[in-house]
Design a protein around this ligand. Sequence first.
Ligand code: NAI
Ligand code: 13P
Length: 319
Amino acid sequence: MIAVIGAGAFGTGLAVALARKHEVRLWARNPDHVAAMRADRANHARLPGIALPERVVPTQDLALAAEAEILLLALPMQQLSGMLTDHAGRFAGKVLVATCKGLDLDSLAGPVDLIERRLPGCRAAQLTGPSFASEIAEGKPTALTLAARDPALGRALQEALTTPTLRLYRSTDVIGAQLGGALKNVIAIAAGVVIGAGLGASARAALITRGFAEMQNLAGALGAEPETLAGLSGLGDLILTCTSEQSRNYSFGQALGRGEHFASTITVEGTATARAAHRLAGQHGLDMPVLAAVVAVLEDPGALNDTIDALLSRPLKPE
Ligand SMILES: NC(=O)C1=CN([C@@H]2O[C@H](COP(=O)(O)OP(=O)(O)OC[C@H]3O[C@@H](n4cnc5c(N)ncnc54)[C@H](O)[C@@H]3O)[C@@H](O)[C@H]2O)C=CC1
Ligand SMILES: O=C(CO)COP(=O)(O)O
């Protein structure tokens, strides 16, 4: 049995996919939401158009969910710290697989680092890579990275969570997997801005490439393996997120580039992560102009044109 903590789009998509292999307890905090999922056998609020299979059991009872040995934590990144603190007793000794992508704004930690700091008795891993919730749920072929520092845990989770349509590659490079998934959202915002502002597909390709170089530099400074950034959790997810209208980070960036409003209820992980990553870059003395431009535009959307001009007029240098 598996538990998924958080019945957002991704938690629900994973629950549906994993129900092909396991009973899945899908925990949500809101009793009305749980009642609606039970009655409708669907999560209309977060993943409309997808039926919940019999083996997905929505519950608001965290004790019931925590009976599972493996718990997938599918909350937005900035909610993870509070969740771990509030429910430390329930999670003690469990295998916790983070599926969120981002850096915690207070501690600058990635999901696994945060779990290991808060709940040292737990065994933690990261599931990340290019995947949209609805596509996973529909059984479209998806390949993800499962990163765990302990190779035996990685192998066990790879075996448990792989399904015929969800193929997991394992890695022990937790630092790289966390950072790839976190930073690609920031670059996706920038890519969206470029398209929204009408700068064109060539400019977007340049931006993605330079953004990827920044991702590699920051991740390398923090101890990631270069191969991880070039894999599914880095480049793979960067390609998906910077080019698909299904991405919320990319769509948010497009709205920003057009000067349009974007609903604040939609999860856009790259905004907080941009600020956290900018602080990390400062600590390591790294020059990250794309990241800095995203932070500048988030702080002052009115400065968009000046920010673009500043990016384009940087001193010439070798590639
Ligand atoms: N949607 C997607 O296609 C994918 C999402 N992800 C990642 O999954 C994470 C979650 O994203 P989504 O599920 O898409 O977001 P979402 O916005 O669809 O859902 C977030 C859910 O978390 C719940 N929640 C928020 N704070 C909570 C708290 N303190 N306690 C309990 N529940 C809480 C909300 O009620 C909501 O149901 C993000 O880090 C995202 O980057 C990763 C891959 C794909
Ligand atoms: O992480 C994702 C795809 O791999 C989902 O991206 P968004 O959060 O931008 O929708």
